[in-house]
Design a protein around this ligand. Structure first.
Ligand code: SF4
Ligand code: SF4
Ligand code: SF4
Length: 364
C-alpha cells in the first residue's frame, strides 16, 4: 500500500501549558491563544478518527493532562497512541497507559551540558531518570530522543552520545531555525560548513559500520529519508496538512502543530470538518521547491518554514542547503548502505523508518 492509503495522524493538544521554559520556545502558550484545558466534547472526535489512525498527545506538556490522555485512549482502542513529552513527568504514566502507548518521543538535546543549557538545570537528569524508569517498567514500544539543534550542538557527538546510552530506539533532530531569533545563530553558515555537514558525514560512516555488524543504529532522519527514496511520502515529510492534522484545546483543527495562529494553517472547528475533507488533502507548494528535482524526497522540508519566511531569503537558502546535504549524503551512499545491509542479511526496506506517521518529522 502506498503512503496515501494509510490512516491519518491526529495530533491532539492535551494542554497549552508547559512545566518548562526552554530557551528556544518560551514555555506555556498564552491561554487566550491555546487554552490550558481541553474545551471541546470528546465525542466530536468520533466523526474524524478511525481504527488504524494514530493519535499523538502534544502540548505544552501533555502529561500535565493525564486524564485527557486516558480518556482518549479508552475511547479509541483501535488506534496507535504516541506521546511527545519533555520527559519530566514520565513517572505519572500508569502501567495501563504505558501498555497502550506505541511510541514515546522525549525531548533531549544531547548530554547534560547541552540539554541543561537550553532546557534548564537538572532537566537532563530528570529526563534520563524518567526514560530509565519507563524501560524498567517494561515499556517495549519505540522510545525516540527528539533533539533540538542549536549552535551549541555537535550533531555527530550528540547523536552518538544519545544512541550510546542504550535507552533510545531512535534519535531524531530538528534544526532550531526560522522560529528563533536569527541572532541566536551568529555565524550560521560557518556552523553548517564546519560542524553540521562534516558531522552528518561522520554519522553516515557510523551508520554504515553498524550495518556491517548487523546493527541498525536508530538514526531517524537517515532512515526516514531512505524510506522516502524507496516509497515517497507526503509533502512535507511530517505529513502536516496531508496525513497529519492537529486539534487544539479549543477544538480548532490546524495543519501544523506549530502554526497555532497563522491564517494559512486554520482549517475550521471540530464538528464542522469532515473526515472526507482531510483524507486526500494536498498542500500547495511554492517556489523554489515546486520545481525542485528533490521535492519528492525533501518535501519542501517543513510547511511552516515554507510558508513563514521569517528569516527571508537567507532562511530559505539555509534550510535548503541542510536538506540537500542530508539527501545527497544518502543518495551518494545508497549502494554502500545496501552492501553493508546485505552482509547482515538485511534489505534496504528493513532500514526504512518510521513504519507509520508517529510524528517524527523525518527531515531535520
Ligand atoms: S518542553 Fe517543549 S513546549 Fe515546553 S518549553 Fe520546552 S520546548 Fe517549549
Ligand atoms: S531541496 Fe531545497 S528547493 Fe528542493 S524541495 Fe528541498 S528545500 Fe525546496
Ligand atoms: S516539520 Fe514543520 S510543518 Fe511539520 S510539524 Fe514541524 S513545524 Fe509543522
Amino acid at each position: 500500500m502506498g503512503w496515501a492509503g494509510m490512516g491519518l495522524t491526529f495530533i491532539l493538544y492535551a494542554t497549552g501549558r508547559c512545566n518548562l521554559r526552554c530557551g528556544y520556545c518560551g514555555g506555556s502558550f498564552d491561554p487566550a491563544k491555546v487554552p490550558w484545558r481541553v474545551e471541546y466534547d470528546l465525542s466530536l472526535l468520533d466523526d474524524l478518527v478511525r481504527d488504524g489512525d494514530v493519535i499523538a498527545y502534544y502540548g505544552g506538556e501533555p502529561l500535565l493532562n493525564m486524564r485527557f490522555i486516558e480518556e482518549v485512549m479508552g475511547r479509541f482502542e483501535g488506534c496507535r497512541h504516541v506521546i511527545q513529552t519533555n520527559g519530566l513527568l514520565l513517572d505519572r504514566v500508569s502501567r495501563n497507559t504505558l501498555e497502550r502507548l506505541d511510541a514515546v518521543l522525549v525531548s533531549i538535546d544531547g548530554d547534560r551540558r547541552v540539554t541543561d543549557r537550553w532546557r534548564g538545570r537538572g532537566v537532563y537528569d530528570r529526563v534520563i531518570g524518567g526514560v530509565a524508569r519507563l524501560r524498567k517498567a517494561g515499556f517495549s514500544g519505540d522510545v525516540v530522543a527528539r533533539m533540538t539543534i542549536t549552535p551549541d550542538s555537535d550533531i555527530h557527538r550528540d547523536v552518538k552520545y544519545l544512541l550510546g546510552l542504550g535507552l533510545f530506539d531512535h534519535v531524531h533532530w530538528q534544526l532550531s531555525m526560522i522560529w528563533v531569533d536569527r541572532g541566536l545563530w551568529g555565524d550560521l553558515w560557518g556552523w553548517i560548513e564546519s560542524s553540521y555537514k562534516p558531522g552528518l558525514d561522520k554519522l553516515m560512516e557510523l551508520w554504515i559500520s553498524g550495518l556491517e555488524r548487523g546493527e541498525i543504529l536508530g538514526m531517524a532522519p537517515f532512515q526516514g529519508v531512505l524510506k522516502r527514496v524507496l516509497s515517497g511520502g507526503p509533502t512535507p515529510p511530517c505529513g502536516s496538512g496531508e496525513n497529519s492534522f492537529t486539534v487544539l484545546t479549543d477544538g480548532r483543527i490546524i495543519l501544523c502543530p506549530i502554526a497555532v495562529e497563522e491564517g494559512w494553517a486554520q482549517m475550521g472547528l471540530l464538528g464542522a470538518i469532515s473526515r472526507r475533507e482531510l483524507e486526500g488533502r494536498r498542500n500547495v507548494i511554492n517556489e523554489p521547491c515546486r520545481s525542485c528535482c528533490l521535492l519528492g524526497i525533501c518535501g519542501a522540508r517543513c510547511l511552516y518554514t515554507h510558508r513563514e519566511r521569517l528569516w527571508g531569503d537567507e532562511g530559505v537558502k539555509v534550510i535548503c542547503a541542510c536538506s540537500r546535504h542530508i539527501i545527497n549524503l544518502i543518495m551518494r551512499n545508497l549502494s554502500r548502505v545496501e552492501e553493508a545491509a546485505e552482509k547482515s542479511g538485511l534489505r534496504l526496506e528493513d532500514l526504512a523508518y518510521p513504519e507509520y506517521n508517529n510524528t517524527v518529522e523525518i527531515m531535520p
